[in-house]
Each structure stands twice: as C-alpha cells, then as structure tokens.
Design a protein around this ligand. Structure first.
Ligand SMILES: Nc1ncnc2c1ncn2[C@@H]1O[C@H](COP(=O)(O)OP(=O)(O)O)[C@@H](O)[C@H]1O
Ligand SMILES: [Mg+2]
Length: 286
C-alpha cells in the first residue's frame, strides 16, 4: 500500500509523487514528464475534411499540440471548430492530409482498435453536458468508463466495481462535488452539472481533454468558474487541453496558445499573450 499524501497523490517507494487521477507522476513531475515526451501529442499536416463532395470544411490544416499545452480554437460559427476537434481524435474520418495522435498515425479510415485506443486516453466535455438526468451524479461520472473492458458495469454506480466508484469519487472531489454524489443529476445547477461532466471526463484518467464550447450554456460567472476549474485541473495533472470557445476572454485568458480557423484554414496560431484585437477582428470579419 502506498502512503497517501493528499486526496489525489500518493508517494511511491522510490519517492516519486503519483497522481491518482491520471496514474502518472503528479505536480511538477507531471509537467516535466508531459513536456519531456518526444514529439507532439497531436500533429496534423494538410488535414482536409469534407462531409460530402459539395463542400470542403477543413482545407489543409496544419496543427501541432505538444503534451501539457493548453490550446484554444476560435473561429466564427460554422468555421469547422467542432469538426476539427472530432477529426483530430478520430471521431470523424479525415478526407486528406496526415494525422498523428498520441504518436500513432490515424489513417483516413481509422481502424476500430485505433479509435478505441485514442478514446481511452481522451476525455470529452461538450457544451451540453449530456448527463442522464434521472441518474445519480455518481452514476453519471462512472458512465465516463463506458468503452473500457466490462463496461456494462458502468451503467450504474450500484453495478460498478469498488475501484471504479473510488475513481469516480476522486474525480467528484476534484470538482468539489463529492457531497452531491448520490443526488439526481437534474437536481444540480447548470454550472454544477458541467462540473459533473468534467468529472466524467477526468474519471477516464485522460492524457488529452477536448472541450467543445464548455462554458457556452452557462451564465458569465459559472462560465468563468468552469473555465478556471478545468484549466487548473489540466495544469495540476499534466493533461493536455484543447478547447473551443466563442468567448474571446475565455480563449485568451485560459490558453497558452490560440489557433484561429477561417475559410477551412488556420488564420493564425500564436501565444495567447500575443493575440491582438486586429487578429480577432480578422477572424470574425467577412
Ligand atoms: N455531421 C455533419 N454532416 C454534414 N455537415 C456537417 C456535419 N457536422 C458539421 N457539418 C457542417 O460543417 C460546417 C462546420 O461545422 P462545425 O464544425 O460544427 O463548425 P463550428 O463548430 O465552428 O461552428 C458547418 O457548415 C456544418 O453545417
Ligand atoms: Mg461547434
């Protein structure tokens, strides 16, 4: 048994701090390990995506994301942000170009095994939290484990093995909702429900967190709270973060880098601190 040093850390016999959320080294060690990984976590070259022959949605996107980075993706409605997020992790097959995710090539057809391996390492948070309203908060978090072996047990917290329940309780504690575990999901406020969705993503112990407009359905204060919470969690656990936002303050304040999409291409890709008003105007004009 490893000595527990806090809610989410234990010390290994070798003296290394281990993060219980991700099963990887924690704190400074997590960051160092994430950044020391060779090669980018995601690398797209000339990525193209069409849903049909009439229209090209993504037209030669080049994008690299290093492990441990936090990247915001911006662009006007319909510019292809959600399409790019889904394509990068193999949820949508790409139509052209090359794509590597977690160091593995993702070919145009993408085998089922490849997609499952990628999904296992990725957590998702969407604008609509998609919780099962009538189920408990704890069961909803355990639903994050669907897709793993024996995952029918993730249907309900009462069927789940104790280890899964422990993992889900750790994730709920991370989003400060452990005391709501046995309440029905629809008894919680919008901001709390989005925090449950974050816990459902964390329970997978992801290397990469993909968030599509995570604060768009929330009021401004809850929205900032949610953004602060998950950027902090990603920093603490060395999780790479890629999110879309139509709120430019959210893009600039919580990301290391901002990538703008326009006309199916990357309009700019630069550190958040260097993004100017003129950049934002160019992104949304015309
Ligand atoms: N599954 C789909 N099938 C066909 N067209 C789609 C599909 N998903 C998105 N699109 C189209 O692709 C374009 C980009 O959509 P999307 O990626 O959702 O943009 P954004 O997230 O930037 O608003 C839109 O014109 C949209 O209608
Ligand atoms: Mg979208």
């Amino acid at each position: 048994m490893l000595p527990a040093l806090g809610l989410f850390c234990v010390q290994t016999p070798g003296g290394m701090m281990l993060d219980l959320v991700t099963d990887r080294p924690s704190g400074a060690a997590a960051k160092a390990q994430a950044l020391a990984q060779t090669g980018p976590l995601i690398a797209a070259r000339g990525l193209c995506k069409s849903y049909d022959r009439r229209r090209t949605i993504l037209d030669g996107v080049d994008l690299e994301i290093a492990a441990g980075e936090r990247v915001a993706l911006i662009g006007s409605n319909g510019s292809g942000k959600s399409t790019l997020l889904k394509s990068l992790i193999g949820l949508h097959p790409i139509s052209g170009g090359t794509l590597h995710c977690f160091g593995e090539p993702v070919d145009a057809r993408g085998s089922r095994k490849q997609r499952l391996a990628m999904r296992r390492q990725t957590g998702f948070v969407f604008q609509k939290h998609c919780l099962v309203r009538r189920r408990t908060v704890l069961s909803n978090v355990i639903h994050g484990l669907f897709g793993d072996a024996g995952s029918w047990r993730a249907f309900s917290h009462s069927l789940a093995p104790p280890e899964w329940r422990d993992r889900a309780m750790q994730a709920l504690a991370e989003v400060d909702l452990a005391d709501k575990a046995l309440e029905r999901a629809d008894a919680l406020s919008g901001g709390q429900q989005q925090r449950v969705a974050i816990a459902r993503a964390l329970v997978r112990r992801p290397r990469l967190l993909i968030a599509d407009e995570p604060a768009a359905s929330l009021d401004p204060v809850s929205g900032r709270n949610v953004m602060e919470l998950f950027t902090q969690l990603c920093r603490d656990h060395g999780i790479t973060l890629l999110y879309t936002s139509h709120d430019m303050a959210h893009a600039v304040d919580y990301a290391d880098r901002v990538v703008a999409l326009k006309g199916g291409k990357v309009l700019f890709d630069r550190p958040a601190a260097q993004v100017t008003r003129a950049d934002l105007k160019d992104t949304f004009d015309g």
